[in-house]
Design a protein around this ligand. Structure first.
Ligand code: SF4
Length: 206
């Protein structure tokens, strides 16, 4: 079987390609990720894939679109629900290319990530498969997540710290921002309590 695999980044592709090749599937990669921002992050992920694919002798087709404007325009009305648009856009492009270029099926290495909405990705792929009339090859790569991460570290591949879009970059810091905000509030309350109750700071003895 000739399969087109949507690839979001090199680390996520390691185990997908390994497993598909073990099943004697002829895999090509397809890089189309206009959801990755800012530009230097996009370049880092693309260049890492270029180097890695040469290393494992994988053909990759680059649909090279840095799409900050378009992406933000399309998700601005529903930022919380943006992943649905993001999955659909990337997988639709992949499936179209697969259909127009003689592949038997398409798949995505987003099915490897334990941080993605696996069921939603599967659902989007199945819908696209029906609409375009090309097979979706489902594979749950998540059991190999740890192994893939270890291999990426061993190969010293660039490993991103967030999913891709500017909003996910912000979410990466959300917990820290919230912790700092709570700490500031507690400090403020404590200062007020001390003032109201004439409590002086304990001075360290010299
Ligand atoms: S969080 Fe990830 S999947 Fe969701 S919209 Fe952002 S880049 Fe796409």
């Amino acid at each position: 079987m000739k399969l087109l695999l949507h690839i979001c980044c090199a680390p996520c592709s390691i185990m997908c390609i390994k497993k598909l090749r073990e099943d004697n599937i002829d895999v090509d990669g397809y890089f189309y990720n206009p959801n990755i921002h800012p530009y230097m992050e996009y370049r880092a992920r693309k260049d890492t894939l270029r180097n890695y694919s040469e290393y494992i002798n994988l053909k990759v087709i680059y649909n090279d679109v840095y799409g900050l404007d378009e992406f933000v325009k399309n998700v601005s009305n529903n930022i919380k629900g943006r992943c649905n648009y993001c999955y659909t856009d990337r997988l639709l492009e992949t499936a179209k290319y697969a259909k127009e270029n003689g592949y038997d099926a398409f798949c995505t290495c987003m099915l490897y990530s334990i941080y993605q909405d696996h069921d939603k990705i599967k659902e989007v792929c199945e819908k696209i498969s029906k609409e375009l009339g090309i097979d979706f090859y489902y594979y749950d790569f998540r059991p190999y997540y740890k192994e893939g991460q270890e291999e990426a570290r061993r190969l010293k591949l660039y490993m991103q710290k967030y999913c891709g879009c500017v909003f996910s970059e912000e979410e990466r810091y959300e917990k820290r921002i919230e912790r700092e905000r709570i700490k500031e509030e507690i400090d403020k309350e404590w200062q007020k309590y001390k003032k109201d109750n004439n409590i002086e700071d304990i001075k360290e003895s010299e």
